[in-house]
Design a protein around this ligand. Structure first.
Ligand code: ATP
Ligand code: CA
Ligand code: CA
Length: 397
């Protein structure tokens, strides 16, 4: 944050970064539309498109109020194919990212990355380190082979990788799916890893309006876990298991399950206390554009029962119940997967955490991490409730 109160990243102000991203993506998506659709070839993964944006404009680019910058698009044809796989039309992608303001997230992680969400809640933009961008490039062919086989997954969906070059600095950003729609009020938010080493929200974090709680907070505050009906539990566990296998195969570590909890009963109590109008007046967001992007779709809830998923009143959340019997809707996704073991071993904290957690055999680290993560999610966080009927989204209706 600079003197004027605006966030800066690598000496670039947030408004400059947002402007450059919007201009750059606008150009590159438009440019792509002139290239005929075709199958993705292996070499498409290694293409980098580069275009210079002088502030006075050029015959290819508009004039703008920022410093001159260069915009690079990694693997444009490959990412176009992936966006298509998730049902995102070029016009919608352009509109979401370039035509409406990008909103800076106020509660980012510890790494210093800046996060933006698009006005329609659809996409998250995250600045990533050089190593992470490089890793994503290497990961792409294999990662998307997995997504192609199985688009229903809780793994992040990457829709674009870009670099803004300005004033001698490189700022790399990824565009990915947004796990927590802002239109849904989250009463609780957790970032869970399955580790206990320093996994408690700080005092400062807890003072925020919506703190990001961690593993130890979850164990303390929700000792009964989150109860799911057996079909939903089975679908979720199966998805997590498969996703962990993919992450392990790429030697990825240090990822988290991001969990947003919307409490239906608490919401109703709050509404009554406020004496607010009926539910019908509530702001309804426009229909989600991306396929398989809600939590419920990601775990194949509907497909498992062979019926269309009812998302109208759940906003795609996974129905659950807490220890007090309150009805919940869960929004979940695996995040922060761009750290591979090769790179991570240099990170002091992670090394200490792993030793603390009892893993001292280095070659096993990614599998140790995946196994512990899966075990924590499938036994401590999410639990099967025998008393819950399947399809609780229709409950009381
Ligand atoms: P660190 O490496 O220190 O954990 P980071 O900068 O890599 O931090 P992340 O762990 O990726 O950050 O995310 C930080 C926070 O940003 C999350 O706790 C979450 O609140 C938000 N966030 C990240 N990715 C998403 C996403 N795809 N959808 C919604 N919110 C997200
Ligand atoms: Ca993280
Ligand atoms: Ca990180």
């Amino acid at each position: 944050v600079d003197a004027s109160g605006e966030t800066t990243y690598k000496k670039t102000t947030s408004s400059t970064l947002k402007g450059a991203i919007q201009l750059g993506i606008g150009y590159t998506v438009g440019n792509l539309s002139s290239k005929p659709e075709r199958d993705v070839l292996m070499q498409d993964f290694y293409v980098v498109e580069s275009i210079f944006f002088p502030s006075e404009g050029s015959n290819l680019t508009p004039a703008h109020h920022f410093q001159d910058f260069r915009f690079k698009t990694y693997a444009p044809v490959a990412f176009r194919y992936f966006r298509e796989l998730f049902g995102i039309r070029p016009d919608d992608y352009l509109y979401s990212l370039c035509n409406e303001p990008l909103i800076e997230l106020s509660n980012p992680g510890a790494s210093g990355s800046v996060f933006y969400v698009t006005s329609d809640d659809e996409f998250i933009i995250k600045t990533v380190m050089h190593k992470e961008a490089e890793f994503l490039q290497k990961l792409l062919p294999g990662y998307y082979m997995n997504l192609n086989q199985n688009p229903r997954t809780l793994l992040p969906k990457f829709y674009g990788l870009y670099c803004v070059q300005s004033g001698g600095k490189n700022i790399r950003v990824v565009v990915m799916n947004n796990v927590l729609p802002r239109v849904v009020k989250m009463h609780l938010k957790f970032d869970l890893k399955g580790s206990t080493y320093k996994r408690r929200a700080s005092k400062k974090e807890k003072e925020k309006s919506l703190p990001t709680y961690k593993d130890l907070d979850f164990m303390q505050d929700m000792p009964e876990g989150l109860l799911l009906d057996s079909d939903t539990f089975g679908a979720l566990v199966k998805t997590l298991q498969r996703d962990c296998l993919v992450l392990e195969s790429f030697k990825i570590m240090d990822y988290s399950l991001l969990l947003g909890v919307h409490n239906i009963d608490q919401q109703e109590r709050e509404r009554q206390a406020e004496g607010a109008q009926s539910k019908a007046d509530e702001k309804r967001p426009v229909a989600q554009k991306a396929l398989y992007s809600t939590a419920m779709e990601s775990i194949q809830g509907g497909a498992a029962r062979g019926e269309a998923i009812e998302t109208d009143d759940t906003m795609g959340g996974i129905p659950a119940v807490n220890g007090r019997g309150e009805r919940l809707l869960l929004h979940i996704g695996i995040i922060d997967i761009l750290q591979s073991y090769r790179f991570i071993k240099k990170l002091e904290h992670t090394w200490k955490a792993l030793v603390h957690d009892g893993d001292t055999v280095s070659v096993h680290r990614p599998s140790f991490y995946a196994e512990r993560f899966f075990k924590f999610m499938s036994s401590t966080v999410f639990r099967k409730s025998s008393s819950l009927k399947s399809s609780p989204s229709k409950k009381g209706r």
